[in-house]
Ligand binder design. Sequence first.
Ligand SMILES: [Zn+2]
Length: 451
Amino acid sequence: MNNSARFISSPVITDFSAQQYASLQFAGDDEITRIQTGLFLNHLNYTFENSVFYQNLFRQNRVDLKKIKTLSDIRDLPLTDKEHLFSARDFLCVDDREIVDVSLTSATSGSVPTMISLTSNDLSRLAYNEEIAFAMAGINDEDTLLICAALDRCFMAGIAYFLGGVKLKARILRSGSGSASSHWELIKLAGATVIVGVPSLMAKIGQYATDNNEQPQKAGIKKLIAIGEPTKDKDLNLLPIADELETMWDAKIYSTYASSEIATTFCECSARKGGHLRPELNITEILDDRGNPLKDGEQGEVVVTPLGVTGMPLIRFRTGDISYLINEKCSCGRTTKRIAPIIGRKNQMLKYKGTTVFPNAILGCLEGDKRFYNGFVEVKRYHDGTDRIILNIALGSEDQDISPDINWIRDVLRAKVRVVPEIRIIDGQTADKKVYQFDKKRKRMNFFDLR
Ligand SMILES: [Zn+2]
């Protein structure tokens, strides 16, 4: 297919240099709005001129682009779902010759992955995005990064970390999806100072070292950049697993939030109180069930318009993640709003006794506690539309007597998630079998939706 006839380029960001937008992180609201409005309108024009998908979507929704003049006018534009991306070709804004990388999204909700086509400009944008994210966490050219994320199999994240690290002039160990032992040996061999990876893997590496009579806390790791799994509850407190990791490695843990579709990372700064928004790279909205905007502090779905993408630009992409925005002065001095930890997935929201709760919040406040071994949440629906939540839990070795005390579980749940579901004690083997049944190697399934 030759798309060149409709490839008319409106100006988008092509110079991704840290210096260009460095001051924007500390700018006043008016300056941020001014810069972001220009980038937004360019993005909109470029996308409309080149994307068959958006031409059709805007026509169907009778969007008059001439009326879109300010950032708040974004609310007049239709939303884009993950399902739309199955017609990925219609999103392409460039000729095939301009595409240099094809990434696949991870299939989070049982669906098949979708393709994201990137131009060399998009790769530069990814590098810039990650360079600033690392810098925000205080990483610099004196650091050695152990990247424990797949750099192959068309994953976008690993390549983004690598390119960002290169741009930052850090020293990089492409450890990829190696085993706990190989990561540990590399940490010792090359003197890593930062681990980039999922928290459960960081725990496995540390455990491997401890099991082999070595001391992860003396390995020289200063920072843990947590990807893919939560490390904080909705009130920004560290989850037990994150607490344990900080002690295990004698290092500070930083949360990040990202997805392949939005092609932007929100990383925490030195204050570690939520990830700073990136006005030059995206517009982030929080919407309620009906698609109405919510105020700062109110929980809803994260909807992102990534700016400056040239291969497959998106407008108002629904991430399916639930969070809220924080608009308070940050002690790091940056003026940009922050995004709170992801509280859960929209399609996993449970209704229980007049409140809402997410399965990962239930398990998150137990994981890392020595009395907890493994577990999963099942949910069924009563006829009245409310949910029956059953927490199946296997206890840690010291608590495995015949009539285990489960009051501590109730206390933890009541304090942390304000919800106490049915609790069923199971043995460790049964828990492992259920949790790892889908993918014995890496991925755990802790939530079973039987509604
Ligand atoms: Zn900050």
